[in-house]
Design a protein around this ligand. Structure first.
Ligand code: GLY
Length: 397
């Protein structure tokens, strides 16, 4: 009898664990691939001072950028995540070395992207090492970002006039939600409540003006600098002004989920849920849950995917599912798991030693400009690694 009970118990355990374990094992294997690619990438750029990975060119060769390009902080951030997971001192060495390559951006007041650049690199570095030398870099970056806030408009300016479109007096893009984490964290750490006030005002203005009734968002809202009123609802990287650019929806989802974590303000949670419901219920979200580059682009399914949007969405859903009711939690987790499954498959995951040492294939930077189409991108890798680590944590690993 005792044996029958044991066999029954074992069967139940196997039945409960098999699907979970299958994905977890895939993720753990993929993290090893990510480590190989990260170290190879770090070595390949070691003798190119000041350069950081960006994408590949038409020949499939590595394209690098300087610290001033918005993606510069993602590779150092990826190395910090790798160090967090594997604990190797060599990863810490590379993460510190590549973080230092973006340090000069702490004083950059010419872009909102300083949040991406410095918080993904130095923010993770400080979180994992407690190295106090990193703190002034983070504080200076938060100060630089705060200089771009206009109290009449209630937003941080994303791009300066003429950067993309001279029509825009004061362009604010949905992506900018991502940079608020630097301000929230710094407000607390450096006892600067002003930083948090800016972040919350920016998020509130974004909630008011960026969203459509269906939960999707415009990419660019431009404001009149005298009245503070909206002057244009436009896109830069999406299919059309009225369409839902996939990465923009992902930035919004991640940004409002993060703002709920930082503030416990339920308005941010409600906004994140609206975005998540738009994405997860969208009829154009394909079976493998990796979105086309715009949810409304004509020609689906004969158009390109954006693995970066899939990775950012996946990481955000893995966080958001913790804050919502059971039915939503299951729905979000199922989509996130399907996304992980897809990204860990041959369809998106590079063979070690290929893909110019990036981890993922098939991202899309800027379709209207026909640039970075169906290529690897450093931010796709960063958020993919983050999503995998979030999944491991959720699974008790
Ligand atoms: N923040 C620019 C982009 O998502 O392409």
């Amino acid at each position: 009898m005792r044996y029958i009970v044991l066999i029954l118990m074992a069967t139940v355990v196997v039945a409960c664990n098999t699907p979970e374990d299958g994905l977890l094992q895939k993720v753990e294997k993929t993290l090893v691939v990510a480590k190989t690619q990260s170290i190879n990438m770090a070595r390949s750029l070691a003798d190119m001072p000041g350069r950081l990975p960006q994408t590949t060119n038409k020949e499939g060769k590595l394209e690098t950028c300087s610290s001033g390009w918005w993606v510069s902080g993602f590779f150092p951030g990826q190395l910090w995540y790798m160090y967090e997971y594997f604990g190797d001192d060599s990863l810490k060495y590379w993460a510190d070395l590549y973080s230092k390559r973006v340090a000069d951006q702490q004083h950059n007041t010419g872009t909102h992207d300083v949040g991406f650049m410095i918080f993904c690199s130095y923010g993770n570095g400080y979180r994992l090492t407690g190295n106090v030398d990193y703190l002034p870099v983070i504080k200076n970056a938060a100060t630089s970002l705060s200089t771009r806030f206009d109290p009449v408009i209630g937003c941080i300016r994303s791009w300066d006039r003429g950067d993309w479109n001279s029509q825009w007096q004061y362009a604010v893009i949905i992506d900018n939600m991502m940079n608020l984490e630097l301000l929230e964290w710094s407000a607390e750490k450096f006892n600067k409540p002003h930083f948090a006030e800016i972040a919350r005002t920016h998020a509130n203005t974004t909630m008011k003006n960026h969203f459509r009734p269906d939960g999707s968002s415009y990419h660019v809202i431009s404001y009149d600098t005298i009245t503070g009123e909206v002057e244009h609802r436009h896109t830069a990287q999406g299919y059309s002004h009225g369409s839902a650019w996939a990465r923009g929806q992902a930035w919004g989802l991640y940004g409002f989920t993060m703002m709920f974590r930082e503030t416990a303000d339920s308005a941010y949670l409600d906004q994140a849920i609206e975005i998540a419901d738009f994405i997860t219920g969208h009829p154009n979200l394909p079976e493998d849950k990796i979105p086309y580059w715009d949810y409304n682009v004509p020609g689906i399914p004969d158009t390109k995917r954006d693995a970066s949007a899939g990775a950012i969405t996946c990481s955000a859903l893995l966080e958001l599912q913790k804050y919502v009711n059971k039915a939503r939690s299951e729905k979000y987790l199922n989509v996130a798991k399907k996304q992980l499954e897809s990204l860990c498959s041959d369809a998106y995951l590079a063979e070690p030693g290929t893909n110019a040492n990036f981890i993922l294939k098939h991202s899309l930077g800027h379709m209207p400009n026909k640039s970075e189409v169906d290529v690897p991108l450093s931010y796709a890798d960063y958020y993919f690694v983050e999503a995998m680590m979030r999944y491991c944590e959720l699974s008790g690993k």
